[in-house]
Design a protein around this ligand. Sequence first.
Ligand code: NDP
Length: 474
Amino acid sequence: APARIGVTGLAVMGSNLARNLARHGFRVAVHNRSTARTKALIADHGHEGDFVPAETLQELVGSLQRPRQIIIMVKAGAPTDAVIDELVPLLEAGDMVIDGGNAHYADTRRREAALREAGLHFVGTGISGGEEGALNGPSIMPGGSKESYEHLGPVLEAISAKVDGVPCCVHVGPDGAGHFVKMVHNGIEYADMQLIAEAYDLLHRVGGQTPAQIADVFRGWNTGDLESYLVEITAEVLGHTDPDTGAALVDVIADEAEQKGTGRWTVQEALELGVPVTGIAEAVFARSLSGRVDQRRAVREAFGASQVAARPDESLVEDVRQALYASKVVAYAQGFDQMRAASAEYGWDLDLGAMATIWRGGCIIRARFLDRIREAYDKNPELASLLVDDYFRDAVNSAEEAWRRVVVKAVTAGVPAPGFVSALAYYDGLRSERLPASLVQGLRDFFGAHTYRRTDRAGSFHTLWSGDRSQVDA
Ligand code: NDP
């Protein structure tokens, strides 16, 4: 019998996805450029389900039922284009090419347009959850045509994570929508991790707590509003002792954070769209700063390392918890704003509540909190900001004083907390009756005759700053 679906690219992600498919009873054709990986998959896991090994792409294509569905799981970028170019001449109208790699959404838009021209469906699909998720149920974010989802939806939903019986997979929207949403997911992940790291740093340097003690704090937090995969694994990481030195492992790990680039993409796209995603940007920059080792040393030597006297007080742990929660609400609000802006820009008609739904399981930012986001958008799909939803408004309101105390403590002690600080500034920015943008406009008009609008009448105005300083209509 022909195979239901094919997978090409059998490194860790592709082989785990193929196994997940096979375990769900789908007959799955598998292919890899170098046949060794295909053979290894069959040898090690062939007994787990119904695999059809293929040595060539022709063979893979020939083994599939029509319309054909082929998942590409190779390195993003040029390798993905190479595989698509090789595949397309072998396919027929109506066949579906699914790219499950971490593609940039602009590449996905380009590929989708090209394949549509050739009568094929191109389905750029975000897949989150790493290798574990690929095997046991990831969060899946497919873009592409509605028609392709009619064929693919049942398969992808079957292998996705489930929360309360609901699959963590939904048709996100046309062309690059799936990969865009996956990108923002990763950006939010950056922000979330940065905020968690700042919370740890404050409890450590201001609170004087050991990593093991902070692990307990996070374990406690994971039973409340902050319950999430990242908070859970933070307790694990902080509680881990280095077997070689007996020290807390976190104290032995070099403090230079690396990045693969999806956080940077998120910020670049936010800049294009004009959406302030300050939480994600601070997280990306904080990683960059940590990696500038020579510069860090030079500044530390010039000024002396910042001296922090631990000043634990009764309220610190609870204050930091509240600051973390409020800042997290801001980071998510910004990420959702970015998806909304892209949806308008590209005509994707994204259902934001559905995005929160499919992130509840399988992916790195899975959290209890996402149920609240879904409820907020269910109540009002046109929400001006997540912050104004009743639940989040109350949460931020009640956290506000603690949040300010934490920012003051961080700033006073000289412990960098760019995530907490910028989240608070964002909130204060949106709340302000008047912003000094009025002065910025005045300055722009002064040196560049860029004009300004007035609060009391319509139109554009320019002041003759170097002349008689009178105002003229522009
Ligand atoms: P890699 O990104 O390491 O890619 C290795 C695979 O790509 C191998 O199968 C390799 O074939 C194939 N490949 C590379 N170049 C070519 C080419 N020119 N032509 C054909 N095949 C090529 O594998 P991963 O499993 O880590 O990731 C796969 C995709 O999934 C990537 O896009 C990644 O970004 C994405 N992803 C990864 C996650 C993760 O946690 N690792 C999570 C979510 C998505 P060969 O064996 O012949 O060299």
